[in-house]
Every structure is written in structure tokens, then in C-alpha cells.
Design a protein around this ligand. Structure first.
Ligand code: NAD
Length: 289
């Protein structure tokens, strides 16, 4: 397949590389001039889109996605499919899909879970929204870049699934960190705390797979001085998207709002910027009531 890949950053770079390794003809563009082994570098987003069967975008946010879509949709060949894998707001995902559909193109939003490791190893999870035909065209490519893809529904459904998942993640990470900090002050050994909670009803991915306490549980960013991993500012981005969606859908998400406020405080006013999102534990450890 001829593929255009736009946005070759931490995630897009290895994803494009994996498609090339699988034998696809990949033309890549990034404003930072990044080059990726096996991917043909082109000078503009339009060049990447020209003649492609599928165009994949992996960009920082919805505003940039909309700007790129304005450039490339007129250049895409009829019947081609636009696959956006970025994490963006649901409204931007729907607007871009409508624009693509109106131009005679297929479109899916297909954000990912799994981080840079998943992108490198081809083990991402994709959650997709959009038409069945467009999803069927993209599916073999998603299979190369990931280990699982779920077609969640119409346009925007992939982004909806992504931000709901990450809202849960932000909330459970804060809860897990709070509980460790409380346990410390109650004199409970952290290993004992992990042994109990990881096999009791307080367990979660945050505790069991990504334990925020150094030296306890599986290897995690806590064991590497809280270097990301999944940076606190990316968690904050996703939490803000969840609150933007909650606002436009009139949904009550008090804990999502509280998590957003805490990560805002951590990233903007404390030392959270550039730290892993599990560094909420040392943050709480420093605080009293
Ligand atoms: P990144 O900043 O490393 O990469 C984004 C790339 O887009 C950069 O290389 C940048 O130069 C390029 N870019 C910006 N504007 C452009 C334009 N107009 N045209 C072409 N290229 C442009 O970010 P990332 O970590 O690769 O994340 C990409 C997306 O994936 C984001 O939406 C992020 O929320 C999402 N995501 C990231 C992770 C993660 O762990 N990093 C996990 C899941 C989802």
C-alpha cells in the first residue's frame, strides 16, 4: 500500500518505521525535518498525501490536525482513507472526518494506548471511530502497528474511548499515590501495601502494572527517578480533553475535574513538568493535610 505519514515524533516515527519494515511504501513528513529509517522523506504534508491509499497523522493536538487536514484533504485521491491516530478533542475528530467524507474520502479517528514502547514494538491498542469500510481498509495497517484494534462506533468514538480510559487512569493514579502517602504516614511498609492492594479490591493498572512506589511491584518509571514513561503534561492534556468533552456533552465528572485540577497544579506550579505522571506519589509525600 502507498502510505502518507504526517507527524514523525516519538510515536509517529516508530509507527511509520514499522509500516515500512512490513513492506509498505511510506512517504513521511514532519515540520521538524525528522527522517525515519525506511521512510521516504518528503517536503510537505501535501507531498505525503499525494497518491496515497491511506494517510496517517500522528500530531500534537486538534488545532494542528485541523490545519493539516485543510492542506491534505484536497490533495488526497478519491476513495483514499484518512486515519488520524493523534489524541485530540472529539469535536476536531468529527470535523475532520466530516470534511474528509464530504471530499469523497474515508476517515477514521484511531487514537492509541501503549506509549512509545508500544509504538516501537508494534503492540499499540487502537480505538477507532468512523465508517466500517474505512476501518476495514485501515485494519491491516493497524495490525502492523498494534496488537489490538477495537472499532468503537462512528466518527469521534475512538477519541471518546481514549479520553474516558485516560480519565480513569489519571483518577486511579492519584488515588493510588494518595493511598501510598497515607500508608507511609500510618507506618505501613510499602511492599506490604503493594502485596495487599495488588491482590485486593483496590487494585488497578496504576497499582499493579505501573506502581508509583520505587522498588515495589513491576519495573516502572518510579524506579527510574520518575523519568517518563508517560509525562505528567501528557496526562494533563488528556484530562483537559476529558473535561472539554464532559462540558460539551453535559456530563458530570467531578473526579475527572479534580484530577485535572491536581495535574494542572503539579505541572504548572510545582515540579511536575517533565516528570512521569506517577510522580504524584513524592508530591503527596511532601504534603501534609
Ligand atoms: P511528539 O511531539 O513527539 O510528535 C509530534 C510530531 O508532530 C513532532 O515531531 C512535530 O514536529 C510534528 N508536527 C507538529 N506539527 C506538524 C505539522 N503541522 N505537520 C507535520 N508534523 C508536525 O508527540 P508524540 O509523543 O509522538 O505524540 C503524538 C500524539 O500521540 C499526541 O496526540 C499524543 O497525545 C498521542 N499519544 C502519545 C503517547 C505517548 O506516550 N507519547 C501515547 C498515546 C498517545
Amino acid at each position: 500500500m502507498k502510505i502518507g505519514f504526517i507527524g514523525l515524533g516519538n510515536m509517529g516515527g516508530p509507527m511509520a518505521h514499522n509500516l515500512a519494515v512490513a513492506g509498505h511504501d511510506v512517504a513521511g513528513f514532519d515540520t521538524a525535518g525528522v527522517t525515519i529509517d525506511g521512510v521516504t522523506s518528503v517536503d510537505t504534508a501535501t507531498d505525503a498525501a499525494n497518491g496515497a491509499d491511506v494517510v496517517i497523522t500522528m500530531l500534537p493536538n486538534g488545532a494542528i490536525l485541523r490545519a493539516v487536514a485543510d492542506q491534505i484533504i484536497p490533495a488526497m485521491k478519491s476513495g483514499a482513507v484518512f486515519v488520524d491516530c493523534s489524541t485530540v478533542d472529539v469535536d476536531s475528530a468529527r470535523a475532520v472526518a466530516d470534511q474528509a467524507n464530504a471530499a469523497g474520502l474515508g476517515a477514521i479517528d484511531a487514537p492509541v494506548s501503549g506509549g512509545i514502547g508500544g509504538a516501537t514494538n508494534g503492540t499499540l491498542t487502537f480505538m477507532a471511530g468512523g465508517g466500517a469500510d474505512a476501518f476495514a481498509t485501515a485494519a491491516p495497517l493497524l495490525e502492523i502497528m498494534g496488537q489490538k484494534s477495537v472499532h468503537c462506533g462512528e466518527s469521534g468514538a475512538g477519541q471518546a474511548a481514549k479520553i474516558c480510559n485516560n480519565m480513569i487512569l489519571g483518577i486511579t493514579m492519584i488515588g493510588t499515590c494518595e493511598a501510598f502517602a497515607l500508608a507511609d504516614k500510618l507506618g505501613l511498609d510499602r511492599q506490604k501495601m503493594f502485596d495487599v492492594v495488588s491482590t485486593s479490591s483496590g487494585y488497578s493498572w496504576s497499582m499493579n502494572a505501573y506502581c508509583p512506589a520505587p522498588g515495589v511491584g513491576p519495573d516502572s518509571p518510579a524506579d527510574n527517578d520518575y523519568k517518563p514513561g508517560f509525562a505528567a503534561e501528557l496526562m494533563l492534556k488528556d484530562l483537559r480533553l476529558s473535561q472539554q468533552a464532559a462540558e460539551s456533552a453535559d456530563a458530570a465528572t467531578p473526579l475527572g475535574q479534580a484530577a485535572t485540577d491536581l495535574y494542572t497544579q503539579f505541572v504548572d506550579n510545582e515540579d511536575g513538568l517533565g516528570m512521569d505522571f506517577s510522580a504524584m506519589l513524592p508530591r503527596f509525600s511532601k504534603l501534609g493535610r
